[in-house]
Design a protein around this ligand. Structure first.
Ligand code: PLP
Length: 394
């Protein structure tokens, strides 16, 4: 007995867990700096932790009231109707719901390359087909409407990421509009704002209010520090929002995640602190890493390092875990998550040491940042104390 033919499906390559790596390199987990999964280095909102504790003894009931309450709270926040909020088991779950709602077998979708691996995975699980549009390093990974529209061939869903992972680049509102206007009426444009809270640009949720062909994805995993509870949502246009009731898993989100989400949503201080900290860290990495980096609007920075696997391994041996960006389709690059001030400073030190050892005279390392040439973020080192005062070294 075997499952159906799964050969076209690939397992998701998650960033390695802290315990796993600590055991492998023989380091105390507390001494490891894990900057590989774009998690929130300041932990979850304390209010969310408290809410989960408070409701833990009620989990013998199915979650019903809290689901409606969180839909209502998010609807109010985004000025939409509650049924337009498709709560799910993480943003990944919301991507699954979109695929379930949109795709007939063999329907094609259009995803960015490089981009987030789960789009294609989710679509294939739902018997769809995956086409790609390119983002070019020479254009600093701009998601240009012409690249999307040149590749477009009647696909059912077009996936855009803003800020894009792993590059950190925003897609402007006008570009989204050009794409949405340039595709067929029956194509939905998904704007993935998993990292939206970290961006200086406003959410594109206004397009969900105004049009029937743009949906927005958000998650509590990053800015709210709730990656472990798995809570995300799609904001769907009013005209097809009722599809959620037909396609969602009964009790789509667990009780504790819902309670955590409700509390975290009220905890503006935690989100503000997280965003301020990430803003400092991304600038610090960009300014001080002795190799080419790209300006980022997310809680991470993409860096060109040559042999990414070797750099990843050498940094890991020194207790710093970053992400080899090959899994995103970007060989030669690593993605560094914004940590606390102490974590970020240490990561930059370690990576600079590794780069200098590997390439003492080359363009990707060794030379002082302002002499390395050819890249961005070469404004010379900045003292690590340059962050906002309330972004502590916790
Ligand atoms: C671009 C992007 N979209 C969506 C997600 C899904 O996040 P989650 O399922 O944790 O909400 C991620 C996770 O890293 C991501 O990077």
């Amino acid at each position: 007995m075997q499952p159906r033919d799964l050969s076209a499906l690939t397992p998701y390559e998650a960033g390695r867990g802290i315990e796993e790596v600590a055991r492998e390199v023989g380091i105390d987990p507390d001494d490891l700096v894990k900057l590989s999964s774009n998690e929130n280095p300041h932990g979850p909102s304390p209010a969310a932790v408290e809410a989960m504790r408070e409701h833990a003894d009620g989990v013998h009931h199915y979650p019903k009231a809290a689901h409606a309450d969180l839909q209502d709270a998010l609807a109010e926040r985004w000025d939409l109707a509650p049924e337009q909020v498709w709560l799910a088991n993480g943003g990944d779950g919301a991507l699954d719901y979109l695929a379930r709602a949109m795709l007939d077998p063999d329907d094609p979708v259009l995803v960015p390359d490089p981009g987030f691996a789960y789009y294609a995975m989710s679509v294939r699980y739902h018997h769809g087909r995956v086409n790609t549009y390119p983002l070019h390093k020479e254009e600093d990974f701009e998601q240009r409407p012409e690249h999307v529209l040149d590749a477009y061939d009647g696909e059912r869903v077009v996936y855009l990421i803003s800020p894009h992972s792993p590059t950190g680049r925003e897609i402007p509102r006008e570009a989204i509009l050009e794409i949405a206007d340039g595709v067929d009426d029956e194509t939905v444009v998904l704007v993935d704002e998993a990292y939206g809270a970290f961006s200086e640009a406003p959410s594109k949720v206004d397009l969900v209010r105004e049009r029937d062909d743009v949906a927005v994805l958000r998650t509590f995993s990053k800015s709210h520090g709730l990656a472990g509870v798995r809570l995300g949502y799609l904001l769907a246009p009013e005209s097809w929002a009722d599809a959620y009731a037909r396609i969602n898993t009964p009790f789509a989100v667990n009780e504790l995640a819902l309670r955590a989400g409700l509390a975290a949503l009220e905890d503006d201080d935690h989100v503000e602190h997280s965003v301020e900290s990430a803003t400092w860290a991304r600038e610090f990495i960009h300014d001080n890493l002795a190799t080419r980096t790209w300006p980022s609007q997310g809680n991470f920075v993409l860096a060109e390092v040559g042999d990414a696997e070797a750099v990843f391994e050498a940094a890991k041996e020194r207790g710093v875990i970053v992400r080899d960006a090959s899994s995103f389709g970007l060989p030669g690059c690593i993605r560094i998550t914004c940590g606390t001030r102490a974590e970020t400073t240490r990561a930059v030190e370690v990576l600079n040491e590794v780069l200098a050892m590997r390439d003492p005279h080359g363009a990707t390392g060794g030379a002082p940042p302002d002499a390395a040439g050819g890249g961005f973020g070469m404004d010379g080192p900045r003292p690590p104390t340059d962050g906002p005062d309330d972004v502590g070294d916790e």
